[in-house]
Design a protein around this ligand. Structure first.
Ligand code: LAC
Length: 242
């Protein structure tokens, strides 16, 4: 079946959530790495919990709450100014290397983003990185009033883009998102980002721990249809699918 749309996850897939690290280290010193990893882990956890609780929570507020948790857990004072600076970076995260090149190479196709981010956050991110004109739609799961991997989120794509689920290639580096998109019925390409590393001992830092937990494929049913190493591998996958 021909692929009529390529739909991208945002955080961790097109945009590098780890790009908050530089600022986190500047503001939190030796705790910066720990804050960076705890923040993202807690943000994901809160999105799943909010989804289960049936709460229609704004992802911006959820991201701020998870930042405050991370700072407190790391023993860094929860200073509103520090929080605001770190939160502002979430509106201007770095695109992964090769993202622009891959999107340009796919530009003849229908492209979209489907993300847990609020519409405001995503619009700011896309605007700041200058890739807005490449997308047919930037879809926030807020339209479904829940978070991925709730199937209601993936179902937004069909309506927004006017395509059937079997005509979508969904692209994510997040294992839980791959599992959710696959269970929904999309074809899925998983970007493996450093998940293949095996630690020599238990003596690892927060970034390695994060990669072990979040960088690997999940054991949650059928895996991705395609495993790729970088976004620049996508145009050839799409070309094979027709
Ligand atoms: C997103 C999360 C999964 O962008 O990172 O939806």
């Amino acid at each position: 079946m021909t692929v009529r749309a390529l739909v991208f996850d945002a955080y961790g897939t097109l945009y590098d959530v780890q790009s908050v690290r530089g600022l986190a280290v500047e503001l939190c010193g030796r705790k910066g790495e720990l804050v960076t990893q705890l923040w993202r882990l807690k943000q994901l956890e809160y999105s799943w919990l909010r989804g289960l609780m049936g709460g229609d929570e704004d992802f911006w507020r959820l991201t701020r709450a998870s930042l405050e948790f991370a700072l407190e857990a790391a023993g860094v004072a929860v200073d509103p100014k520090l929080c605001e600076r770190l939160m502002a970076k979430y509106l201007d995260l770095d695109l992964y290397p090769g993202a622009r090149e891959a999107l340009d190479a796919l530009a003849g196709r229908k492209l979209a983003i489907l993300s847990n981010g609020s519409q405001k956050m995503l619009d700011a991110l896309v605007e700041a990185s200058g890739v807005g004109p490449l997308f047919a739609d930037v879809i926030s799961v807020a339209r479904a009033k829940t978070f991925k991997p709730d199937p209601k989120c993936y179902a937004l794509v069909e309506q927004a883009l006017g395509v059937g689920k079997h005509e979508v290639l969904f692209v994510s580096s997040n294992g839980f998102d791959v599992a959710g998109a696959k269970a929904f019925g999309f074809k899925v390409a998983w970007i493996e980002r450093g998940g293949g590393v095996t630690p020599a001992s238990s003596d690892i830092g927060p970034a390695e721990f994060y990669k072990l937990l979040r960088g690997r494929a999940e054991k949650l049913g059928p895996g991705a249809d395609f495993r790729i190493k970088a976004l620049t591998d996508l145009p050839s996958v799409a070309a094979r699918l027709g």
